[in-house]
Design a protein around this ligand. Structure first.
Ligand SMILES: NC(=O)c1ccc[n+]([C@@H]2O[C@H](COP(=O)([O-])OP(=O)(O)OC[C@H]3O[C@@H](n4cnc5c(N)ncnc54)[C@H](OP(=O)(O)O)[C@@H]3O)[C@@H](O)[C@H]2O)c1
Length: 339
């Protein structure tokens, strides 16, 4: 892969509610920008596509103002410093930064999300298992609902970076882990790559019976990545005092509405529902990275990535994520790791 000599960008073409489509985005292009005093220039290597970006575009996510037509789309990436005019940032440094969807960005240190030590794992994992999605899983397991030996632990969107990591950490803690995912390919990832005890394809007829068979002792903890409709079905199989970690609801990100949750069944089960926001655990990132990179090296923590190649493929890959068709962490490879 050659170093890009222009700054290719993906910009918003129009702002609207609903499932995005290809007409919402347009490609832009400009010269590679120059950093000023106190700034540095980074080159994008791996662009992270995440469900929250849909909310951010609409201005419905912390720290993100609503985008207007012509604005570069928000996003984080594994990036390398090309030129620096800031004393604390060196040429050649790797980092996860708020670059936006573009091949180069001029930044200040406020836009650094995480410095990367390349010895910890493959660079791309800094936006997956060794990054924000992994830390989300850690927040759930270490802080909100720690499983104990013999618990039955259920997780939805089981093939994704949050679901896959949370389920593996629950298994390491001694739980029986049952994934729920859309389709055979995703269930194969949950079973073969992540080593879950069972995985239920909720798109198949009879999935509720299959879930009951996979959870003969009922459900103790549910990590919810998908929101109300599935949660309302699963509560029937909860044990008394079951815990739910409410992490995401991707189907509702297009409109901002969150319907369909009624409290009665949760009261009956004396369930505890806890909301998760990953930003609460930022201070715990170094501890998480020490634990997770060791597990990764030992082969006890695994990951699955779904790559697109080239910045012009970003909108298409994002739309795939929006339709729930990604199998693993959605990433766009924009530029080479070296150079
Ligand atoms: N609260 C926080 O701080 C925080 C931080 C990070 C992530 N999250 C949330 O955690 C969840 C998992 O994140 P991730 O990065 O690991 O995502 P992901 O699993 O790679 O992708 C989202 C998955 O959600 C499922 N899904 C169900 N209904 C969907 C719908 N209507 N539209 C699109 N997808 C749908 C799909 O899997 P199936 O086909 O298997 O259902 C899809 O592949 C997301 O909801 C995300 O927003 C929350």
């Amino acid at each position: 892969m050659n170093l890009p000599n222009r700054n290719a960008q993906v910009r918003l073409r129009r702002q609207r509610d609903g499932l995005p489509d290809a007409g919402d985005f347009q490609m832009g292009d400009g010269p590679v920008p120059e950093p000023g005093d106190g700034e540095f220039l980074v080159r994008t290597i791996y662009l992270s596509l995440d469900p929250y970006i849909r909310k951010a575009i609409r201005g419905d996510h912390p720290g993100h103002a609503v985008l207007s037509a012509g604005d570069v789309i928000y996003g984080r990436a594994v990036a390398r410093v090309v030129k620096s005019r800031h004393a604390g940032v060196k040429q050649g440094d790797y980092m996860v930064a708020e670059t936006g969807w573009q091949s180069y960005a001029v930044l200040t240190p406020k836009k650094i999300v995480q410095r990367i030590d390349p010895a910890m794992g493959p660079l791309s994992t800094a936006i997956g298992v060794l990054g924000m999605p992994g830390l989300t899983a850690w927040g759930s397991i270490a802080h909100l609902a720690p499983p104990t030996v013999g618990d039955t632990y259920v997780v939805s969107a089981a093939a994704g970076p949050v679901g896959g990591t949370v389920g593996q950490l629950a298994k390491i803690a001694g739980a029986r882990v049952v994934g729920i995912a859309g389709g055979k390919e995703k269930c194969d990832v949950a079973l073969r790559t992540y080593g879950f005890d069972a995985c239920i394809d909720y798109k198949k007829d009879g999935w509720e019976q299959a879930l009951q068979l996979a959870c003969p002792n009922g459900i103790d903890i549910y990590h919810d990545n998908v929101g109300a409709p599935l949660l309302m079905k699963l509560v029937a199989y909860f044990n008394l005092y079951a815990k739910v970690v409410m992490c995401g609801r991707p189907g509702d990100y297009h409109s901002g509405e969150f319907g369909g949750l009624s409290p009665g069944p949760f009261i009956g089960k004396r369930a505890q529902l806890r909301g998760l926001v990953v930003y609460d655990y930022e201070k715990d990132l170094p501890r998480y990275l020490r634990v997770a990179s060791t597990l990764l090296r030992e082969g006890r923590l695994r990951f699955k990535e779904d790559h697109a190649d080239g910045i012009e493929d970003t909108p298409g890959h994002f739309l795939k994520l929006m339709r729930g068709e990604n199998v693993g962490k959605a990433i766009v490879a924009v530029g080479p790791e070296k150079g």
